[in-house]
Design a protein around this ligand. Structure first.
Ligand SMILES: *Cc1c(COP(=O)(O)O)cnc(C)c1O
Length: 358
């Protein structure tokens, strides 16, 4: 076995996925599984596919190729706004894409026309988070321009909250989205069937039955993989928060003081730290670092181990109170709790991905 590695409990992932589907169906929502946080890893995609997701999406074109291969028959969406320069690939790889720029939509229209196909577009509306989306005042104008594109099917409106501005989904911003749909339908003279109301930050509204009845889609990643909603990072009852375990090998184990010695400036990443003087402690260095993971999103499986910090390739641990006194060469395990931690682990070619069952 090679380390560092991330172990994936596919049985737990499958249960999380099934819980998400059941909860969504109870509220008449057809969810889209978002796979970017695991780089659309084939084994994980196949697990989601088996569970029954009919729609999947990713922010990267390369990841859509993996989805096409490993989740046949599923509707595929591109999440990140398409780049004009990639329009031909977008229409060939994705069935639908999220959009906010008429010029890009024109490029997609012409690329789709060249292939003799239609491309689905979800028009993103910015209801306040200030990431992507058409400003509500401009919906009518873009609707008129969209009416002229014969190879674009406007399949829905969408919005994204709690991403840049941290704005919490609620009744008001949901109503803004619905009113944008009304304006778009009037401008197009057609029904716009899908209302894609957001991401894992909408989970609390969903569970509480507080989403407007018109909402029929959510794009969900974090809640499936990490088992928590994403406004307060609250654990969801009945879901697993420990699908992913990072394992790394101890490459140094020594008793050292807890205060650095000498005049102090910034660390390797331009930050300064405060240190608490706990006297001499048994410290370990594990062979994984910020190049592969965000240490703040890791929780040591042994509660007696504390993460002190990390540089690019070294994770520094206080193991003085470890339940089993470690020795050099031991493997330490961490539950992956953070979204960025998971994202980096799956993006890193230096971390082995190991599939496990119960
Ligand atoms: C990443 C992303 C999602 C999924 O977000 P989670 O918080 O993982 O549920 C949904 N929509 C868009 C546009 C995204 O980029």
């Amino acid at each position: 076995m090679n380390y560092p590695s991330v172990e994936v409990r596919l049985d737990k992932l499958e249960q999380n996925a099934a819980h998400v589907l059941t909860t969504c169906y109870r509220h008449e929502i057809e969810p889209t599984a978002v796979t970017k946080v695991v780089s659309a890893h084939p084994d994980l995609v196949r697990t989601l596919h088996r569970t029954g997701f009919k729609s999947m999406a990713d922010s990267r074109l390369g990841n859509l190729r993996s989805l096409r291969e490993n989740a046949p028959g599923v509707q595929l969406g591109l999440l990140r706004l398409p780049a004009i320069s990639r329009a031909p690939e977008v229409v060939s790889l994705a069935d639908v894409s999220l959009n906010s720029e008429i010029e890009t939509l024109r490029a997609l229209d012409s690329a789709a026309g060249q292939r003799g196909i239609n491309h689905g577009a979800v028009i993103m509306i910015d209801v306040g988070d200030l990431r992507e989306g058409v400003w509500p005042d401009d919906v009518e104008a873009i609707g008129g321009q969209l009416a002229e594109l014969s190879n674009i099917d406007v399949v829905g409106v969408g919005t994204n909250l709690a991403c840049y501005g941290g704005v919490i989904p609620g009744r008001e911003n949901m109503d803004e989205l619905l009113s944008a749909r009304g304006i778009l339908e009037a401008a197009l003279g057609r029904r716009v069937p899908m209302v894609s109301a957001g991401n894992s930050a909408n989970w609390t509204m969903l569970e509480g039955g507080e989403l407007p009845a018109e909402v029929n889609n959510l794009r969900l990643g974090e809640v499936i993989f990490l088992g928590n909603e994403s406004v307060y990072r609250r654990r969801i009852e009945g879901m697993y928060g420990d699908v992913f375990t990072l394992k790394a090998e101890i490459i140094e184990l020594k008793v050292k003081p807890s205060m650095p010695i000498g005049e102090r400036g910034q660390d390797a990443f331009g930050k300064s730290h405060d240190f608490e003087d706990k006297g001499e402690r048994l410290r370990a260095i594990a062979a994984v670092g910020r190049a592969d993971v965000e240490p703040e999103g890791l929780e040591p499986c042994d509660p007696g181990i504390e993460i002190l910090g990390a540089s690019s390739d070294h994770l520094i641990l206080d193991v003085e109170d470890a339940e089993e006194g470690p020795v050099l060469g031991d493997i330490v395990s961490f539950t992956v709790r953070g979204y960025s931690a998971l994202l980096y682990l799956f993006m890193s070619p230096y971390v082995d991905k190991i599939m496990a069952q119960g």
